[in-house]
Design a protein around this ligand. Sequence first.
Ligand code: AMP
Length: 631
Amino acid sequence: MSYRALYERSIQERDTYWAEQAARIDWHRPFDQVCDYHQPPFAKWFVGGQTNLCHNAVDRHLAARPDQAALIAVSTETNTEEIITFAQLHVEVQRMAAILQNLGVKKGDRVLIYMPMIAQAVIAMLATVRLGAIHSVVFGGFASHALASRIDDARPTVIVSADAGSRGGKVIPYKPLLDEALRVCSHPVEHVLLVDRGLAPAEMQSPRDVDYASARAAVLDAQVPCEWVDATHPSYTLYTSGTTGKPKGVQRDTGGYAVALASSMDQIYCGKPGETFFCASDIGWVVGHSYIVYGPLITGMSTIIYEGLPIRPDAAIWWSLVEKYKVNVMFSAPTAVRVLKKQDPDCLKRHDLSSLKSLFLAGEPLDEPTAAWIGEAIGKPIVDNYWQTETGWPILSLARGVDPSLKTRLGSPGIAMPGYQVKLLDDQTGEELTGADQKGVLTIEGPLPPGCLQTVWGDDKRFVQTYWSTFHNKLVYNTFDWGIRDKDGYYFILGRTDDVINVAGHRLGTREIEEAISSHAGVAEVAVVGVADQLKGQVARAFVVARDPARVADAAGCAALEAEIMQTVDSQLGAVARPARVQFVGVLPKTRSGKLLRRAIQAVCEGRDTGDLSTIEDPTALQQLQAAATT
Ligand code: AMP
């Protein structure tokens, strides 16, 4: 079947199509209805069906592939490599599930996972869904304030964490950040389960804190069956940034997610049972959830979880893993490739890459030179894919598992994937733009296909208001990305329509960074914008009005306050959110009604035309900013 025919079928014969896809996973109880969309925009998939994510990722492979590697945990930080087979994973997950159960975790409870990239992080995720509980993984690079706000929103029974992570050879203690978060948050967390890697001293508070190794030793023979849950039962929440300062908990179901991942693994990533998948992302992001953990394991593939940098001990490390573990499919982000591009080109030639079929890149725009360079360097097809935390799997890509002849168009992440009714709308009128090469807001007609967010955790109203209410009288899902479609249906992504920025593939809300900076006593006002950057795609830059102008009267004063502000961001949100520069101005450019002119600030920083400024309150503000931005 041609891809076009398959796609059309996924839209025109939606329920038949998805019922067929559902056969890719195991069901404990078959579903009665494929899609219930009688309360738009809330879509319920596979209603009446019962299944379990952990069963599909682990137990169901025990018969056919017990001794195949399931998890390959590699750390170039601790110089360790561990292979865990499906049979061993089954044992470890049950032990972890028993520990969580003993700590009071029941179906529907939340387990927050704040972990470095180690096997126990994946084991904790699988154990949580095995119990029908809901995990909420918080990226290990986030600091105490960001962690506390997520704890208060998710209200977990247990937090699973570790003494420390390590990055570039530098130990990053997690426990003090967690302790600080637990001190400032208002939700009472009953237990912390701590994996002690022996990297950093961790102060244990009895009886709240429990040592994983001791708890595990007490449950070595644990047998914990999977809790069968409704297909619509939440499997996890994952926080992501938007326009407001408060991150949203994207809530994912169970059955729809498993089906969507199984089908995307075959149709898009061309991953087969028994093969090896290497996704060099982090479990703290959606790519890690879908394509380090669930997608490969549901498919019966071996998956690599990698702690370390792409250039340490040298830039050949990834390719040495491809050779050693016969990686068939690889997934990374454009920034990582741009980092590799600056290294010794010989690193790419040292290893046998014959097992590798393709390299997939996602998370941020893939520029043509980067795509062309890596394609040439490794001699493999490079496939872009565009999606979001909210959707859980690609909206746009090339489904080469369906039609291998689908061609890449440089600069485009591809065409609409099955089930996604992508539409470009005029941002002013909301009218659909049906012609070629017209710029509009990229939207998706409901129901969103299986695997996409069900709602915002604990806040249905916010789900509707944030994603479905942009256009008057039109119920469509807003991606908040600008897009263009060419005459052949290939889309081009032109950046966000909101205040979200994308630094090295990490999605950050400028408002969150502004809030952290504002908490510094020396700051009166602040504006944070994302500015184009050759390596990271974008970086954050902050413009601050100091409370006491005398403090920033000279270069030394500016440098001192800049360092303090960066430290504030580091300790509240984490270094991942630290602006590249903090600069000082006397006044920020605003409209007469007091709205910050972010686009104009961004344009100044990027040396572009600022556009219409007729509403600006103080025209000198932009000149000041220009002077500051160019120092
Ligand atoms: P996240 O939720 O962190 O995955 O970030 C999603 C956002 O990253 C999207 O809304 C886009 O702005 C951007 N993005 C993700 N993948 C791509 C891609 N392949 N090309 C262009 N932008 C992308």
